[in-house]
Design a protein around this ligand. Structure first.
Ligand code: PLP
Length: 372
C-alpha cells in the first residue's frame, strides 16, 4: 500500500510568489513561530480588512466579526449585571429582540427612549452604562445628534459608553467616533459587502481597553469573521466609494419621483446636515396609500427589477415590508409604539439604470390601478 505520509505534508514554498492580491488564508492553524497563532484569534485576511476599516473610519482600532449581530452581541458583553442600557426606540428588529433577551437574562435594565428629541435625551437615567442607537435609523431613517446624546450620557455618567450603529451612513458619510461615540458598529453584510453574498460585522474604536475587551470576546466566543468572507469583503471595499456614489445619485431621483406619485403618502429620507451626516446612499421608506395595502402582493409581483427579501444596500434593488420582514420579531403592540404599520415599504436602490427602475415602479403601480 502507498505510504501517504509525505503527501499529507507536501507544501510548495510560497515565499517568492509575490501575488498582487493577498491570497485567501484558508487555514485554521499557523506554525508555532507565526505571529498569527490561530484563525479564531487572527488571520491575515481579517487583519487586512481591519486595516481597511481603520483607514475608512480614521480610527485607532477595528474588530471584524462573523455578522452584524455578532458585533452587537460582543458590545453587549461590555455590560455586567445591574448595568443600565439605553436604546433608541427606532432600531432594527433583531437588535431589539437581542437587547430584550440579553438584558432579561443578565439582569441589565433596558430603557427604550426617543433619542431624536431633547425630552428623550434628558430622560437618560443617571445610572446609564451604555447608550446604543442607529443614525439614520432602521426604519424611517431618522437622524439623531450623536454629540448631543454622547454629551448627555457622559454628563450623567462619565464612564457610560456610547455606541452608534452606523450601518446606514457608513464611515464615508458619518464618523461617529468624531462626535463622541466610543464604538461605531456595522453590519458589513450591507454596503461593505454590497453584493448580497457575504455576512460580516465591524466594530471600530479609539479606546485600547475597549478594543482589547472586544477582541477577547470575539476570541472566546468564536465570533470571528472567516477568511473567505474577509477576503470577499476586502475586495468589495475596493469599489465601495464608487458604488456609494452611484447608489446615492439614483436614490435621490427615485425619492423625488416617489414623493410626487399618487400611490404614495410619504417618503422617508434622512436629513443630511452636511456636518454630522454628509451624504446618504440607498435605503428609502415610503407609506403606501392605505387603500392599496391589500394590493401590495400584486404590486411586488409586477416588479421586474426589485427583488423581494431581506437584502439591503446591494447592487440589485430590493423591496420589503418591515412590518412582516425586518421587524417581524416584534409583537404588533411593540410595532405600534414605534409607528410601524403595514403601509410602510422599504426600498433599497441598487446600481441598475435609474430610468429602468422608475419605469418598473411605474408599471407596478399601474398593475394595481394607479397611474401617475
Ligand atoms: N444593524 C442594522 C442597522 C441592521 O439593519 C442589521 C441587519 O439588517 C444588523 C445590524 C444586523 O446585521 P447582520 O444581518 O449582518 O447580522
Amino acid at each position: 500500500m502507498h505510504n501517504n505520509t509525505r503527501l499529507l505534508h507536501e507544501r510548495i514554498d510560497i515565499t517568492d510568489t509575490f501575488p498582487v492580491v493577498t491570497p485567501i488564508f484558508q487555514n485554521s492553524a499557523f506554525e508555532a513561530h507565526s505571529p498569527y497563532f490561530y484563525t479564531r484569534k487572527d488571520n491575515p485576511n481579517v487583519v487586512e480588512l481591519e486595516q481597511v476599516m481603520r483607514i475608512l473610519e480614521e480610527s485607532e482600532h477595528a474588530v471584524c466579526c462573523s455578522t452584524g449581530m455578532a458585533a452587537i452581541a460582543s458590545v453587549l458583553q461590555l455590560l455586567k449585571p445591574g448595568d443600565c442600557l439605553v436604546v433608541n426606540r427606532l432600531i432594527y428588529g433583531c437588535s431589539y429582540k437581542l437587547f430584550q433577551r440579553y438584558c432579561d437574562q443578565f439582569q441589565i435594565s433596558l430603557h427604550l427612549l426617543d433619542l431624536s428629541d431633547s425630552a428623550g435625551i434628558t430622560a437618560i437615567p443617571d445610572h446609564v452604562s451604555m447608550v446604543l442607537f442607529e443614525s439614520p435609523t432602521n426604519p424611517f431613517v431618522n437622524t439623531l445628534s450623536i454629540q448631543q446624546i454622547a454629551n448627555a450620557a457622559k454628563s450623567k455618567n462619565p464612564k457610560a459608553l456610547v455606541v452608534v450603529d452606523n450601518t446606514w451612513a457608513t464611515p464615508l458619510y458619518q464618523q461617529p467616533l468624531k462626535w463622541g461615540a466610543d464604538i461605531a458598529l456595522y453590519s458589513a453584510t450591507k454596503y461593505f459587502s454590497g453584493h448580497s453574498d457575504v455576512m460580516g460585522g465591524v466594530l471600530t474604536t479609539n479606546d485600547k481597553e475597549i478594543y482589547n475587551q472586544l477582541r477577547d470576546t470575539r476570541f472566546y466566543q468564536g465570533a470571528v469573521l472567516d477568511p473567505n468572507s474577509a477576503w470577499l469583503l476586502r475586495r468589495s471595499m475596493q469599489t465601495f466609494h464608487i458604488r456609494m456614489k452611484a447608489h446615492a445619485e439614483t436614490t435621490v431621483i427615485i425619492r423625488d419621483w416617489l414623493s410626487k406619485h399618487p400611490g404614495v403618502i410619504k417618503v422617508y429620507y434622512p436629513e443630511i446636515d452636511g456636518v454630522q451626516l454628509t451624504g446618504y446612499a440607498t435605503l428609502l421608506f415610503f407609506d403606501l396609500r392605505e387603500d392599496l395595502i391589500d394590493d401590495y402582493p400584486e404590486f411586488i409581483k409586477a416588479l421586474q427589477w426589485f427583488d423581494t427579501g431581506t437584502g439591503m444596500a446591494c447592487v440589485t434593488s430590493m423591496i420589503a415590508r418591515p412590518f412582516t420582514g425586518s421587524h417581524a420579531s416584534m409583537a404588533d403592540a411593540e410595532k405600534a409604539t414605534i409607528g410601524l404599520t403595514p403601509q410602510l415599504v422599504r426600498l433599497s436602490i441598487g446600481l441598475e439604470n435609474t430610468q429602468d427602475l422608475i419605469d418598473d415602479l411605474s408599471q407596478a403601480f399601474e398593475a394595481i390601478g394607479i397611474r401617475q
